[in-house]
Write a protein that binds this ligand. Structure first.
Ligand code: SAM
Length: 232
């Protein structure tokens, strides 16, 4: 399957295994991933955030319940909330989630904004788990004719070492651990030296016992900087 589907499938597999109840997709674009997540019945709250409100609105109708959903009243109700906002800004409504996904977004931020993003997601939202995907620049050697970035709006593309060093610092600063993986394999001979086409970091919050309440009490502010576009 195409790479964008493989990235979303990675998230779906994680959800199947870990059964998060509250999930937010940052940089949700036209809600493609949210539409797939909607069918996972363990999820009670599904949120999406994108800086581009028009793109979010374009196809969000498909997130509305289908008539068959009403025929299964034994299932818990799912709530969907779509926001326009920037991942560099805090919003109290997105704190305390079980899973934050961020697929092919960070490379669209300046490095200064990546710093803000890290503080917002890992320091403020403090979810139990975070999945981040971004291009692996080492893989670009396999794209004939690509000399710059894969996309003109990318502000950077990281090697595995660069992604790793950013992720390790985030973990130290905010008490998370991370595992590295990816999707889009090179040929077996090249996999080791080049890595995956999209690199993925899966983060888990450490010291989960009482940190949820402490983290929420610590910051004390209940800022709402995002615009609620739709709630279903
Ligand atoms: N996550 C989707 C996917 O898996 O296909 C879309 C990825 S698209 C390459 C990047 C998305 O990030 C765009 O929809 C863009 O509007 C959004 N974006 C860029 N900067 C953002 C920011 N500061 N805050 C929130 N979303 C942002």
């Amino acid at each position: 399957p195409p790479l964008h589907r493989q990235r979303h499938q990675f998230v779906l597999d994680f959800v199947k295994k870990n059964k998060p109840k509250k999930v937010v997709d940052l940089g949700c674009s036209d809600c493609t991933l949210l539409k797939k997540l909607k069918f996972h019945r363990e999820i009670e709250l599904l949120a999406g955030v994108d800086i581009n409100g028009a793109t979010v609105k374009k196809k969000m109708r498909a997130l509305a319940p289908m008539s068959t959903d009403y025929l299964q009243p034994t299932y818990d109700q799912l709530r969907v909330e779509l926001y326009q906002g920037s991942v560099t800004q805090r919003d109290a409504r997105l704190r305390g989630f079980d899973l934050v996904t961020c697929i092919e977004l960070i490379e669209h931020l300046t490095l200064a904004d990546v710093e803000l993003f890290s503080a917002v997601v890992f320091g403020y939202m403090t979810p139990k788990a975070v999945i981040i995907s971004t291009p692996n620049s080492e893989f670009n050697a396999l794209f004939p004719g690509v000399t710059g970035f894969r996309h003109s709006d990318h502000k950077f593309e990281w090697t595995r070492a660069e992604f790793r060093s950013w992720a390790m610092k985030v973990c130290l600063d905010h008490d998370y651990e991370v595992e590295f993986t990816g999707v889009g394999k090179a040929s077996p001979g090249q996999q080791e030296s080049i890595g995956f086409c999209s690199q993925i970091g899966v983060f888990h919050r450490l010291g989960l016992r009482d940190s949820c309440n402490t983290a929420l009490a610590d910051s004390g502010d209940d800022v709402c900087s995002y615009t609620l576009l739709h709630s279903i």
